[in-house]
Write a protein that binds this ligand. Structure first.
Ligand code: FES
Length: 459
């Protein structure tokens, strides 16, 4: 996929819709609670959403060598992603065509092909059946074997992520995302970033509780009070862009809010690495720029149009460019502002120059609507000399509480099961969204469209 707009697509923000521009009559703001608690709803989602959509299964860097494979589980389904000798990643239903044995569990490498351990049938990396134990005695012809290859699924990569669609005849990923989404995401060069955090854990809440939690900043005052010291959420300056199935929004980054003095704003930026680790690399240049504006008495004075925010933006662009990362197609605001992307059905990403954190929510394999998995992947652009030391391998957390997430994420982790407990109460038949939660409303409208599609309405 290639971008068709060469110049700073992030400028959409300057003309993007504000809250006041959004006609809420387009959306249902009362969201029924059965979608979080009803096993029948899980079954409908499985058929109408999960088996039909593109979804992220991991990072392409997880399969660096020919023969590397990775199991992708989705409810009770299992798929196998394999890098071929030609470098392409392909996907298959993870079931042997003989008597259905699960071919692979977890991850591994099978340079010489995939072997079913039950009766030793073997497949090449393109999914063709190659070897059959005592083939002659069992009178299997070449034609028989040709028809017994692994069932394929659709696989494509974008931004360094592996997208899969269980439907082997799915429309291309670019069509599902839409060209505008591709154009807006391409300048971040996500495919050049390395994984620095990769954690998956089962949670006691529905997968949409996870999605909802990251689709609004309304909860920051309640759950993340520490962030108010460094990020001021001002609904009047937040901008939104809605696509057919997806959305992006951005609350401009204003350090410590306008009510704080310059020194406090500088302090706020200096504390950012607690939440946004890549800012660490930018701080030395930021401090130099601040020092240039200090008088002999040490007092900080900034000329008109210069603020700690613009100094951070300048430091970020200079530092990343100096290290060899191309940020030329990103706006100054994208040097400091995190854009929150929702790619239907289960991908949330907060991204700015050089860094992104993705939260993937998945239904639980048990089919229990009160459980799900979340999968956190943080990626960062790194100079070559840091790649090996900072690269993170997947951690599958099996004991709740064993893994400590960074502060803001830990707070969400602890909050979400509590919401699920409330949603289970029978008298609560719907939630009541406020205007600031319009992204949630848009998101559920897409859920509803997919569910309606099983009744003949196109999603
Ligand atoms: Fe795989 Fe028999 S089930 S070889």
């Amino acid at each position: 996929m290639t971008a068709t707009q060469p110049v700073r697509p992030g400028e959409w923000f300057d003309t993007g819709m504000g809250l006041e521009d959004i006609d809420l009559s387009w959306y249902r703001m009362d969201i029924t609670t059965d979608r979080y608690t009803d096993p029948e709803f899980v079954r409908r989602e499985h058929e109408s959403i999960w088996l039909r959509v593109w979804q992220v299964a991991g990072r392409a860097s997880e399969l660096p060598e020919a023969g590397d494979w990775l199991e992708y589980r989705l409810l009770d389904q299992s798929y196998l992603l394999v890098r071929g000798k030609d470098g392409q990643i392909r996907g298959y239903v993870n079931a042997c065509r003989h008597r259905g044995n699960k071919l692979c569990i977890g991850r591994g490498n099978a340079k010489r092909g995939l072997l079913c351990q039950y009766h030793l049938w073997s497949y090449d990396l393109e999914g063709h059946l190659k070897g059959v134990l005592r083939e002659k005695e069992n009178v299997l012809t070449a034609l028989d074997k040709k028809g017994l290859g692994l069932f394929p699924i659709s696989v494509e990569c974008f931004g360094g992520f592996i997208f899969v669609n269980p439907d082997p005849n799915a429309a291309p990923l670019a069509e599902f995302l839409g060209q505008e989404v591709v154009d807006l995401l391409t300048p971040y060069h996500l495919d050049e970033m390395d994984t620095v955090l990769d954690v998956r854990e089962a949670l006691n809440c529905n997968w949409k509780v996870v999605m909802d939690a990251f689709e609004e900043g309304y909860h920051i005052s309640g759950i993340h009070p520490q962030l108010l010291q460094v990020i001021m959420i001002d609904p009047s300056t937040t901008r939104y862009k809605f696509f057919d199935k997806h959305s992006v929004s951005c609350a401009p980054f204003e350090v410590a809010g306008k009510a704080y003095g310059l020194e406090e704003q500088v302090e706020g930026i200096m504390s950012l690495p607690e939440t946004f680790p890549s800012v660490t690399a930018v701080l030395p240049r930021f401090q130099e720029l601040v020092a240039e504006h200090r008088g002999a008495d040490g007092e900080l004075k900034l000329p008109d149009g210069v603020t700690p925010r613009t100094l951070l933006q300048k430091a970020t662009r200079e530092t990343l460019t100096g290290m060899g990362f191309d940020v030329s197609a990103l706006t100054d605001a994208q040097m400091s502002d995190n854009h929150g992307w929702v790619l239907f059905p289960n991908f949330f990403m907060t991204v700015r120059a050089g860094e992104a954190t993705v939260i993937l929510a998945q239904p639980h394999e048990s089919g229990d609507p009160n459980k799900c998995y979340w999968h956190i992947i943080s990626v960062m652009w790194l100079p070559d000399e840091y790649k090996e030391a900072l690269h993170a391998q997947r951690i599958d957390v099996t004991e709740p509480g064993d893994y400590k997430y960074f502060t803001a994420l830990q707070q969400d982790y602890e909050q979400m099961p509590r919401q699920q407990l409330g949603l289970r109460n029978k008298q609560l038949d719907h939630m009541s969204l406020v205007k600031e939660e319009v992204v949630i409303a848009h998101y559920h409208s897409v859920v509803d469209r997919y569910l309606g599609a099983t009744q003949g309405v196109a999603p």
